[in-house]
Design a protein. Structure first.
Length: 365
């Protein structure tokens, strides 16, 4: 009985010892390099895939594993893992996607064998590391565009990606009134024509005279062709705001954007004769009317109702004595209260007896 117990205990010790030896033989130390970073790991796994799984590493079909995931693994082996990264290159507005196991943008471009990027401008440094979540990069290649500023055109080779970037590159500013075509966010290409129209807008407010109107009333008390001012008119005034617009340095065009009457004009009231017959001296006489208009422009600036208080009245500047002596009272008390036709009629009467001698502006005839 005693010997039986000792034998059993000994046998158990051997089994335990054998089990310990077996577990030790299954334990392996493997060097695992992930994206260039090497660590040592201990695993009971028999394959590369098992070792990676024991490390919590999941690989996909685009990732590179050397040796392959189903390869057996022995103590002291090395495993290389390079994870694939998604790179999105947006070249001149057009996106291109590819996967790479390179860890820098420069390496990715080299392995992808992309062409046509010589001299291109990248939104990030080409030495930038690519993380596991990938990288988005904007790329602008050199292109020749037509750039027209202020009416002057030139060819520009640029790596700017948009119209706005081109303006910045060329150190060209814009005012709020300037016009740009195409829009600032438009992507540039070899066919792009950028036109910047420079617009300068200014305003000016001035005070202007508002001419008075004439209210005409027909009367049978006056002969046809005869008029009589019953109430003199008076000019008003207004504040007028002009907007001046100059495009590409050309002469500015103006337009009224606001007009405010500050003093209303007072209309002239005029009686217009309808009575048949003629006034003394044969009625209205418009002979030499063009001559009298020229003299009036010289004498009074062509203002037939002018009264400056200098003792001379109307467009032809009659003194009251001359006006009355030539029948002017047939029409109005003073020349400035008579119509142009009436003043010319009286002037012709005066001319018949004295010629142009009475007028200082006779040279204008």
């Amino acid at each position: 009985m005693f010997w039986s117990w000792k034998l059993t205990a000994l046998t158990g010790a051997v089994v335990l010892a054998g089990g310990a030896l077996t577990a030790t033989s299954l334990d392996k130390t493997v060097a695992v390099t992930v994206d260039g970073q090497t660590t040592s790991t201990t695993s009971f796994a028999s394959t590369v895939g098992g070792v990676l799984a024991s490390r919590g590493l999941t690989v996909g079909p685009r990732d590179v594993v050397v040796p392959s995931v189903d390869s057996p693994v022995r103590d002291g082996d090395s495993v290389q893992v390079q994870f694939a990264r998604k790179v999105t290159l947006t070249v001149d507005g057009k996106p291109t996607e590819f996967y790479t196991t390179a860890t820098t943008l420069d390496g990715a471009l080299e392995t992808a064998s992309l062409r046509g990027l010589g001299g291109a401008d990248f939104s990030v440094s080409r030495s930038m590391n690519i993380g596991r979540d990938g990288l988005n990069v904007d790329v602008s290649t050199p292109k020749t565009v037509t750039f027209k500023v202020g009416g002057k055109s030139k060819q520009v080779t640029t790596t700017a990606g948009t119209v706005a970037e081109l303006l910045g590159e060329q150190n060209v500013g814009m005012s709020l009134d300037d016009r740009i075509k195409p829009a600032l966010n438009s992507v540039l290409n070899e066919k792009t024509k950028v036109t910047l129209t420079q617009v300068k807008i200014s305003t000016k407010t001035v005070t202007e005279k508002v001419r008075f109107g004439t209210i005409k009333t027909k009367t049978s008390k006056l002969y046809t062709g005869q008029t009589k001012v019953t109430s003199s008119g008076r000019s008003g005034s207004a504040k007028v705001t002009y907007e001046y617009t100059s495009v590409n340095g050309a002469k500015a065009k103006k337009k009224i954007i606001e007009r405010v009457v500050t003093k209303a004009p007072i209309s002239q009231r005029l009686l217009v004769g309808t009575k048949a017959g003629s006034v003394s001296g044969g009625g209205i006489n418009l002979a030499r009317a063009a001559m009298w208009d020229r003299i009036a422009r010289c004498e009074s600036g062509g203002n037939w109702s002018i009264n400056t208080g200098n003792g001379y009245y109307g467009g032809l500047q009659f003194a009251n004595a001359s006006w009355r002596s030539n029948g002017g009272a047939d029409f109005a008390p003073r020349a400035d209260l008579a119509s142009r036709a009436e003043q010319i009629t009286v002037a012709n009467r005066y001319y018949a007896t004295s010629g142009l001698a009475p007028w200082g502006c006779r040279h204008a005839a």
